[in-house]
Design a protein around this ligand. Sequence first.
Ligand code: NAP
Length: 478
Amino acid sequence: MAMAMAMRRAAALGARHILGASSSSSSGILRSRHMSVDAAAALERIRAAGLLRTQGLIGGKWIDAYDGKTIEVENPATGEILANVSCMGSRETSDAIASAHTTFYSWSKLTASERSKALRKWYDLIISNKEELALLMTLEQGKPIKEALGEVNYGASFIEYFAEEAKRIYGDIIPPTLSDRRLLVLKQPVGVVGAITPWNFPLAMITRKVGPALACGCTVVVKPSEFTPLTALAAADLALQAGIPAGALNVVMGNAPEIGDALLQSTQVRKITFTGSTAVGKKLMAGSADTVKKVSLELGGNAPCIVFDDADIDVAIKGSLAAKFRNSGQTCVCANRILVQEGIYEKFASAFIKAVQSLQVGNGLEESTSQGPLINEAAVQKVEKFIKDATSKGAHIMLGGKRHSLGMTFYEPTVVGNVSNDMLLFREEAFGPVAPLVPFKTEEDAIHMANDTNAGSLSDPVYLNYYFFLFSLVCQAL
Ligand code: NAP
């Protein structure tokens, strides 16, 4: 009993419970005795669609971890164990790389049109299984079902886009400086790509990496987050059904440092693409140096949202709400600081609090829910630490500021007033449903505060990416 509780606690803190070979069920699917009816029905629907995969995908085959170990995937809204997935490491990753490397020779030789057709079919299958994928995402990640459906469209759009772009990978002819020379730029796929993705967009972060890689003829080894592997595996199943050949897309999950090291050390992996925390991104960048891999990183953020005295208050409230509370504040483009000019501060704060009060916290499977749980106990503890730090330095809680009465990892949508630049809430990503309001006097002050961060720089594509996403969020909000 004590041991079970200790395991539960470890899982709640973000360290998932890894089971030995003998503990895993043959199907890989476990049912908690307390499985809620809705979750059970949703799982059944996903299983009936053939999309409840629990093994890794290597060379087109669904494979258990070689030592039989599994890892629990939990529903953060209820603590229910949804499934036991293979807990893989370096050996499985090496085999996945070998399979991707072999397939690279055939996949890269196809015409762009042939690759495009397979990608388009994958897109069609994702869309026709939209509801099952969204349910799976809500179950393992916790985001409200409406947001999950939105993510399926968004995630699928990358595949659709790159299915088209596959046919437009043009080269260049450059005027030479010597009359007897010709300068031609021919674009070639780099080879095997290692793609490491986070839990907050379980589908879109995968399709955004795999779509362009496959389109130009690369093959891929994907490592999804241990918190949300089920969506990744379901998407990979649909890729196989679409005719993307065995070995072109491989999925391994489990021991992240081991898998990461295997990808970094392999000379066959020519590129690493990663979305996740800055700390892990730095490790991957350093680890890529030995084999001189290309690296693309999308890391953490500290996005400001600025409201001036002359803002249309309704538009500002709507935009700020959307920018802050999407996925309960757990996105890299969430407004981490809301800077509000002094003349409108009080009016904005009271209208904003009213709007935040209307957010419905609950299980994402319920239609009315707009705020799901945080991903795990560690995420809640991080928010608590930030709130404690802010209040000890003079900020005041205007709304929320504590765990939600629903328990688990639910946290009350929170508004904190008088936040200043010496507080963690200002300096670091809270990654939770906490809106810090920061008063400012002049436009110069606001720009200075907005740029008072080490996240991004004007020449950094990640920074531009934020603008793009914020822009699209604002457009959605309007
Ligand atoms: P994370 O802890 O960095 O994890 C991201 C991925 O890296 C997961 O698959 C994780 O595996 C894996 N990983 C962890 N340690 C590793 C290692 N030593 N070697 C190789 N892989 C390793 O980040 P997260 O908590 O999942 O995601 C939240 C962060 O992502 C936030 O900072 C957010 O801003 C950022 N993000 C950025 C964007 C963007 O577009 N810029 C988009 C989404 C998220 P396990 O989960 O299995 O441990």
